[in-house]
Design a protein around this ligand. Structure first.
Ligand code: DGY
Length: 323
């Protein structure tokens, strides 16, 4: 039987590349660079399935005008899929899957890392020491903020938000408040002693706010100048969700005028470009989209995408279908 032709848009960990190659007629994007619109459009006509990731901007221009694409499935490598115009894909009869669950622990770990680094000024300290500028211990040197007993406001109580709450509450003694669009089951809140509040109250009462909502048009600049102004003076913002959720210029302005004390960002508007204003702003901890970047998780994401692909091509309903 002829094997299905699939395209993987970036290089994957070797173990999952091998598993893919055993079962499918697979092409990897050897250049391992983001594919442009023309290449992505061509892929939809040449392959039975495409396995894209966050760096593939699959807006409507990738889909519009394609009469009969060969591609039937976009098996995204990653949980977030706001880089794919899902409605445009659906109009062409192309299904979309993602890879939830397997990256929740590691993404929450990075959110907690950013929270601790921002609170304890760890980035500043490391830079100072490496620059040979550390003059020794003194009572007032790089004094940060204690996290134990503080309030963490979580925006979006999906799998990653809940893992963040668990770490912060049980590991670091933080009180948890949550904003979520839909009501949260009482037992899920009780696991971390969390309270669900409206957005404005969550922002106003939290010493730290961590974003765990999806990106895309509906949440673009959810945290804008007016939301930042609602946050508690001296608070910190943590973003491991998607860059577009935060108005970065407004964030920089808030920190520079002394309203927010700092922020930790793993994702950026227009990444991998990071604006000079962010790079120059004091009190910011910046990481290059490392949320899911562990060997275990990146392999698990690959297995999850392959499972979705295999079930779909066998005519079944893939476990992580989002459209
Ligand atoms: C995810 O899974 O959404 C990560 O951010 C990488 O895309």
């Amino acid at each position: 039987m002829e094997r299905a032709k699939v395209l993987v848009t970036r290089r994957w960990p070797a173990a999952v590349e091998r598993r893919l190659a055993e079962r499918f007629d697979v092409t990897f994007n050897e250049a391992d660079r983001p594919m442009d619109v023309a290449a992505l459009r061509a892929a939809l006509t040449e392959y039975d399935a495409v396995l894209p990731t966050v760096t593939d901007a699959m807006g409507s221009e990738v889909f519009d005008g394609l009469a009969t694409p060969r591609c039937r499935l976009l098996a995204n490598y990653g949980v977030g899929f706001s880089h794919i115009d899902v409605a445009a894909a659906q109009r062409l009869g192309i299904a979309v899957t993602n890879t939830p669950d397997v990256l929740s622990d590691c993404t929450a770990d990075i959110a907690m890392t950013l929270l601790l680094m921002a609170a304890r000024r760890a980035g500043e300290g490391e830079r100072e020491l490496r620059a040979g500028q550390w003059s020794g211990w003194r009572p007032t040197h790089l004094v940060g903020t204690k996290v134990t007993g503080k309030v963490l406001g979580i925006i979006g109580y999906g799998r990653i938000g809940r893992e963040m709450a668990r770490r912060a509450h049980h590991g670091f003694g933080m009180a948890i408040t949550v904003y979520n669009r839909s009501p949260i089951a009482p037992d899920l809140l009780a696991q971390c002693g969390a309270r669900q509040l409206p957005l404005a109250e969550t922002l106003a009462g939290a010493d730290f706010v961590s974003l765990h909502c999806p990106g895309g048009a509906e949440n673009r600049h959810l945290i804008d100048a007016s939301r930042l102004a609602q946050m508690k003076p001296g608070a910190y913002l943590i973003n491991t969700a998607r860059g577009e959720v935060v108005d970065e210029a407004a964030l920089v302005a808030s920190i520079r005028k002394g309203h927010l004390r700092g922020a930790g960002l793993d994702v950026f508007e227009g990444e991998p470009r990071v604006s000079p204003e962010l790079l120059e702003c004091p009190g910011l901890v910046l990481l290059p989209h490392l949320g899911s970047a562990t060997t275990e998780t990146r392999e698990a994401m690959g297995h999850c995408a392959i499972d979705n692909l295999a079930v779909f091509l066998d005519g079944g309903d893939p476990p992580n279908r989002v459209a």
